[in-house]
Design a protein around this ligand. Structure first.
Ligand SMILES: [Fe+2]
Length: 143
């Protein structure tokens, strides 16, 4: 059996301790794994579908986090910084989508590599900082 090339390693260190965030991160990681399996042939139609799926789930996920920041009154400057990272990611994905729509060829593995790298760094630094702030304020996982 072939191992997906863009498999996200999901170490304990990536857990934020906030169940809904961790579950959604896991779903994003699963989507990347599945997308990678579908993109082996580099077909642009498949890439387009993958981008749409990833973008819509990522936007939903960002809404979840941003709602938590508002509800629990996360420090304004931290919130701005965090949301700016979300917007930058969305803009990059939209750019990929426009390139596809204009008939330019987009490398699926390059796209997934970007998503994987962005997500890993964002979770490890920015989301974990939010998780730490939220810990004790909402029901978080302690296992
Ligand atoms: Fe985030």
């Amino acid at each position: 059996m072939n191992k997906p090339r863009n498999n996200i390693i999901w170490p304990e260190s990536m857990r934020t301790g906030v169940d809904c965030m961790d579950e959604q991160h896991q779903t994003l990681a699963d989507m990347i794994r599945l997308a990678d399996a579908r993109l082996q042939d580099n077909s642009s139609r498949d890439i387009d579908a993958v981008i749409l799926d990833l973008l819509s789930y990522a936007l939903y996920h960002f809404d979840t986090e941003e709602e938590l920041m508002r509800r629990y009154d996360y420090h304004f400057a931290e919130r701005e910084k965090h949301c700016r990272e979300h917007r930058r990611f969305s803009a990059a994905i939209t750019q990929y989508q426009q390139e596809i729509n204009q008939g330019q060829s987009v490398s699926g593995s390059e796209l997934l590599g970007f998503v994987r790298e962005w997500l890993t760094l964002h979770i490890l630094i920015t989301d974990k900082r939010l998780g730490k702030f939220l810990s004790g304020k909402i029901e978080t996982s302690h296992d």
